[in-house]
Design a protein around this ligand. Structure first.
Ligand code: C2E
Ligand code: CA
Ligand code: CA
Length: 632
């Protein structure tokens, strides 16, 4: 028996001998194959011992270096088994837990007794897909190893991240397969990472994005807007006279003021809006996905308002105002540098003037927008104060020239600005969420007047109501309309809905469902402005409609313009083919009427016959015509 005096290496194992006293520990986990000596771990394929005399034990072993690779690791790791901070779990081939260490119990919350015998699936959180586990098992069977991050569940239900490595080992003798799992709880690391990440991207004082992150987001917003063909606003905002606050009250008050102002801005904006503090008292805001530039003005006005009240900090009262510059993508720049430059230059423009205000890059643009914003406010007011009325424009049966219905047209007479065309305010109502209220009001008013109108006509009369696309595609639309018909005892035979062509064609699937539902209640349906949009014949065939309305733009010059005439006659032919009625709008002259009659158009509407009129005028007209013979 020879003491080599050197730490044993695996190559030395073959035929080496050492003193029994050198053996310090026999391992219980894989007792047959490893021995701990003071020189290190010794590996044996098999071990025999015999007493040669009282003092020595002879060890016979053979070199198993080639077979031992993974098994060695497994056992080596097992050395740390009880002491290590990492959780350790050993399972059989099927994932049934055979043993765990103390850290395992500490991390998972399960005791040894609770764990042993369970399948390791009992730890899973349900966060990962089947694919995730399939990959893991594939890696284990191919390479005998898997490592990664995994979310598991503690006994108390908490889902937490682990860094886990699994080694597959095969007992060189018995061929028994085991898995050794080693894991650490990395929730604390993740938390720190998150914090670090946060401070790399955010301003520590206000918690808003910092300049670097803002520029990155701006770049991203630009490419996404370019792809989606949308616009957005970039606001450059600066607190007026902030330096004076700092100089008068000290920096700590200045800091508190910035925090308060930041939270006011934050509260005011939508979740999707991006706000950043990019320098001392400078903020940048991205208002993404705005339908309308006017929205940015409304928000800027609110930002200005938000700091109007004096802000009291530690007994000091601060009065502040803001200077705001606005630039729009893409009209004021299609790249970050240009947009920022232009929003800034608009902001400096405000500083040069009286501060406490906003300017859109390009002054003319501001004025145009201001007009729109004031219209928006006025419309809201009018709607709330029931300031809108409806007029009626009769339409005539071509052969008998009797009135067979009337189109309801909304009217807004502004106390200062006079008559405002629905073509101007309907789109605003659509963009700013007022169209439902407006549309429902018109329907209600029309239904209220209908019995009065019917009393002066023969029963074959239809009241045609324009339904805006947004209104029509509202989930509640058909249901609400039917309820209102019920409430006002309106018969379906007496109403017709006009729906514009473009929207119906673009959303044909939904249109077909809704139109069919309305049709089932016997409500007449007309496609408005036919010929100005898609005019897809294949969809037209599927729409359960009754009438096509030829837009007035085709009628205007059609007696001279051959291509317009061709369009009109084509629309009339299409109506014939699909067995629909056809109605011409904008019939202004006798020539229009005659040519349309020649083309055998069914129904006429236009100034030549009747202009839109109020209810009283309509009743007067109806009663007078009842007395007379038809027009000649
Ligand atoms: P529209 O549905 O095409 O309505 C016909 C428009 O042509 C009306 O303009 C009408 O006054 C006008 N008009 C009628 N006859 C003639 C004519 O002989 N010559 C000319 N040049 N014009 C004629 P209005 O009332 O200004 O309405 C414009 C558009 O506003 C309507 O176009 C419709 O799209 C929308 N609109 C009007 N009222 C309502 C409503 O109550 N609800 C909804 N959603 N939209 C409405
Ligand atoms: Ca119409
Ligand atoms: Ca039209």
């Amino acid at each position: 028996v020879v003491d080599t005096g050197m730490p044993l290496t695996y190559r030395d194992i073959k035929n080496c001998t050492f003193e029994f006293s050198d053996v310090t520990r026999e391992l219980s986990r894989s007792p047959k194959y490893t021995f701990e000596t003071k020189y290190g771990t010794v590996w044996y394929r098999s071990l025999f011992y015999a007493i040669r005399n009282r003092e020595y034990i002879v060890h016979i072993c053979s070199d198993i270096t080639e077979r031992r690779t993974t098994y060695e690791r497994l056992s080596k790791e097992a050395l740390f088994f009880q002491e290590t901070k990492e959780g350790v779990v050993i399972t059989d081939e099927n994932g049934n837990i055979q043993s765990v260490n103390a850290s395992f119990c500490e991390i998972t919350g399960y005791t040894m007794n609770e764990s042993i015998g369970e399948n390791c699936r009992f730890l899973s959180s349900g966060v990962h897909s089947e694919d995730f586990y399939r990959n893991m098992w594939e890696s284990l069977s191919h390479f005998g190893f898997w490592q990664g991050e995994i979310w598991n569940k503690r006994k108390n239900g908490e889902v937490y991240p682990q860094r886990l490595s699994i080694t597959r080992s095969c007992d060189p003798d018995s061929g028994e397969i085991n898995f050794l799992g080693l894991f650490s709880d990395i929730s604390a690391i993740k938390e720190t990472d998150k914090k670090l990440q946060f401070y790399a991207n955010h301003d520590p004082l206000t918690g808003l994005y910092n300049r670097t992150q803002f520029e990155e987001i701006l770049g991203f917003t630009i490419s996404s807007a370019a792809r989606r063909n949308t616009k957005f606003a970039l606001i450059s905002l600066d607190i007026d006279h902030f330096k004076e606050v700092n100089d008068t009250y000290g920096h700590h008050i200045g800091d508190k003021l910035l925090k308060i102002v930041a939270s006011k801005f934050h509260a005011l904006l939508r979740e999707d809006d991006i706000i950043a503090r990019i320098g001392g008292d400078e903020f940048n805001i991205i208002l993404d996905g705005i339908d309308d530039e006017a929205d940015a003005i409304v928000i800027s006005q609110r930002l200005l308002e938000s700091v109007k009240q004096p802000i009291v900090i530690d007994g000091n009262t601060c009065f502040i105002t803001l200077s705001i510059g606005i630039a729009f993508y893409p009209i004021h720049g299609d790249n970050a540098i240009e947009l920022i430059k232009n929003a800034d230059s608009a902001m400096y423009e405000v500083k040069k003037n009286n501060r406490d205000s906003f300017i859109v890059y390009h002054q003319e643009f501001t004025q145009e927008l201001m007009k729109k914003v004031s219209l928006l406010y006025d419309l809201k007011n009018t709607l709330e104060n029931d300031g809108l009325t409806i007029h009626f424009q009769p339409f005539y049966d071509a052969s008998s020239e009797t009135i067979c219905g009337a189109e309801v047209l909304v009217r807004w007479f502004h106390p200062q600005k006079g008559f405002i065309s629905p073509e101007e305010f309907i789109p605003i109502a659509e963009q700013h969420g007022m169209i439902m209220q407006l549309g429902r009001k018109i329907v209600r008013d029309a239904f209220e007047k209908l019995p009065g109108i019917l009393a002066h006509t023969d029963t074959d009369f239809k009241l045609a109501i324009n339904i805006s696309a947004r209104e029509f595609f509202d989930e509640d639309f058909p249901g609400d309309l039917l309820k209102m018909m019920d409430a006002y005892s309106v018969r379906a035979e007496n109403i017709e809905l006009e729906i514009t062509e473009t929207y119906a064609m673009q959303n044909h699937e939904e249109a077909i469902i809704k139109l069919t539902k309305l049709k089932a209640h016997n409500i007449s349906l007309a496609i408005d402005d036919f010929g100005t949009g898609y005019s897809s014949l294949s969809y037209l065939k599927m729409f359960p409609i009754d009438k096509l309305k030829i837009d007035k733009s085709f009628i205007r010059n059609f007696t001279e313009d051959t291509s317009d005439r061709l369009i009109v006659s084509s629309i009339i032919n299409i109506a014939r083919i699909f067995n629909l009625k056809v109605q011409a709008e904008g019939v202004e002259t006798l020539e229009h009427a005659n040519l349309l009659k020649e083309m055998s158009c069914d129904i006429f509407q236009g100034y030549y016959y009747s202009r839109p009129m109020d209810f009283e005028a309509l009743i007067e007209l109806l009663s007078a015509r009842r007395m007379q013979t038809p027009l000649t």
